[in-house]
Design a protein around this ligand. Structure first.
Ligand SMILES: Nc1nc2c(c(=O)[nH]1)N[C@H]1C(S)=C(S)[C@@H](COP(=O)(O)OP(=O)(O)OC[C@H]3O[C@@H](n4cnc5c(N)ncnc54)[C@H](O)[C@@H]3O)O[C@H]1N2
Ligand code: MOO
Length: 437
């Protein structure tokens, strides 16, 4: 059954498909972490920290007031005291020390002056009216305790403390912490370079106003570019390849020249005589799997292709190639379930995995007895969905096509003929699994 391209498209009578877990394990085992690089703080969002970071100084660096009020000597107790100075946040110019029998006006975050050992909030005081020439005085109405409303030096962060650990994903809170400890250049694992192209004689650019007979607009490329960008990748858009070996080959070459870490194609992986992706990958590299037990996504293909050594290095990572099926839903499901965790691994994630949640569906689904199914779904939170306890409710949808507003993909497993089902859900970024036993 060899085709004119030399590849035997029809030879797979036996079921040599592997499970999604095996497919992911295989891809992860062939991926290796990318080298760290140093980037400005504001470019580090979403990336993985590649070093431990210690605090160079304590926070707060001085004893700081928690309240707007008066710095006092706690032993003085309630009474009327002269206000000898002010200690405002950012302005400690006077730095007067508080003697017993005196107080200093202080604002939130202001440095507590020497001699004071407590702060009494404004609400527990009353200003005493005086003539213009006299020092202002305040009536302290309560007895304070030592240390009251004072954050001592290092209360939040001790000097030398490990503030962030290698492997942490940098979100907004972590960026704030880095700024706090004065880190403006941060060592992170570099973003994967992901080259993406579509295959198919029927494809035209989305800009095409009028479609000819047999033509469709290339939606997969825009979708996969967006999905890769959501996963912090540097995306290289390689356009559309016609169903010709030479065109596919030139995309592969381009990915190499552009030093891509990952190459993603969609279409051309099934059994047709113009499905030329697998033959090319077989010729140029090693195909690790080409049939996965999943629905949709069966002809999902993964290969590695050796790259030439780049200048000055003696190690080379192979190009990881994901040949996604052309059906838009299949390509997105395969991308999420296997390519995303692999990209996460390259990017330094300690535990590359999609998050899992447990949910219930609103209606029964009849499931394929052999292949785990993946459905588009929306998920909503209901306080009481009629089952007697609060929970998340998913809604399974069945057919393909690019789902408008696709938010999630669910892995559906069945334990009793399709009536009770569990899900594995991928949001745009994550995957979630639960099983009902
Ligand atoms: N004899 C068999 N035929 C097929 C099998 C099989 O096992 N034996 N598997 C089917 C399954 S499952 C899938 S999925 C598809 C995947 O095939 P390909 O990866 O070769 O994809 P194409 O044939 O190129 O396209 C399939 C479908 O998707 C549309 N498409 C393709 N690319 C795009 C794009 N960039 N944007 C939008 N839509 C796209 C294409 O027009 C086709 O309609 O094979 C089955 N066949
Ligand atoms: O399994 Mo295909 O991937 O039917 O759509």
């Amino acid at each position: 059954m060899a085709c004119s391209c030399g590849y035997d498209h029809g030879a797979t009578g036996a079921d040599d498909s592997i499970s999604v877990e095996e497919a992911l394990g295989m891809a992860l085992s062939l991926a290796s972490r990318l080298d760290p690089e140093t980037v400005p703080l504001q470019e580090a969002l979403g990336l993985i920290l590649a070093e431990n970071l210690l605090a160079p100084d304590p926070l707060p660096p001085y004893p700081a007031s928690v309240k707007d009020g008066y710095a006092v000597v706690s032993a003085d107790g309630p009474g009327i005291y002269p206000i000898i100075s002010e200690a405002r946040a950012g302005d400690d110019a006077k730095n007067d020390s508080v003697q017993p029998g005196t107080v200093v006006y202080i604002t939130t975050g202001g440095p507590v002056p020497d001699g004071a050992d407590a702060v009494v909030q404004v609400e527990d005081t009353m200003l005493v009216e005086e003539g213009p020439s006299m020092l202002k005085r305040v009536h302290i109405l309560i007895k304070s305790t030592k240390g009251q409303d004072i954050r001592p030096v290092g209360y939040d962060i001790q000097k030398g403390e490990k503030v962030l650990e290698k492997g942490v994903r940098l979100g907004a809170a972590e960026i704030g912490l880095l700024a706090t400890i004065g880190v403006v250049l941060v060592k992170v694992f570099r973003r994967p370079r992901v080259a993406i192209f579509s295959t198919g004689d029927e494809l035209v650019e989305p800009t095409e106003g009028t479609l000819g007979r047999g033509q469709i607009r290339d939606s997969n490329r825009a979708m996969l570019i967006a999905a890769a960008a959501q996963n912090q990748c540097i995306v290289l858009d390689l356009g559309i390849a016609r169903d010709k070996s030479a065109e596919l080959e030139s995309k592969l070459e381009k990915a190499m020249v552009e030093e891509a870490d990952v190459l993603i194609s969609s279409g051309g992986v099934s059994m047709g005589d113009r499905d030329l992706v697998k033959p090319l990958l077989t010729e140029r590299g090693k195909v690790h799997f080409s049939t996965v037990k999943m629905k949709p996504g069966k002809p999902f293909t993964f290969a590695t292709v050796d790259k030439p050594l780049s200048k000055g290095t003696n190690k080379s990572r192979p190009l990881l190639v994901f040949g996604l099926p052309g059906n838009p839903v299949s390509s997105l499901v395969c991308f999420h379930l296997v390519a995303v965790p692999t990209i996460q691994y390259l990017s330094g994630w300690v535990n590359p995995a999609l998050r899992r949640i447990q949910t219930r569906i609103l209606q029964p689904l009849k499931l394929d007895p052999l292949r785990p199914e993946y459905h588009r779904a929306t998920v909503s939170w209901t306080e009481d969905d009629g089952t007697g306890h609060a929970g998340i409710v998913g809604y399974g949808e069945r057919e393909g096509g690019v789902a408008p507003g696709i938010r999630s993909i669910w892995w559906v497993t069945s334990r009793n003929g399709g009536r009770d089902v569990g899900f594995e859900k991928t949001t745009e970024y994550r995957c979630n699994k639960s099983e009902i036993t």
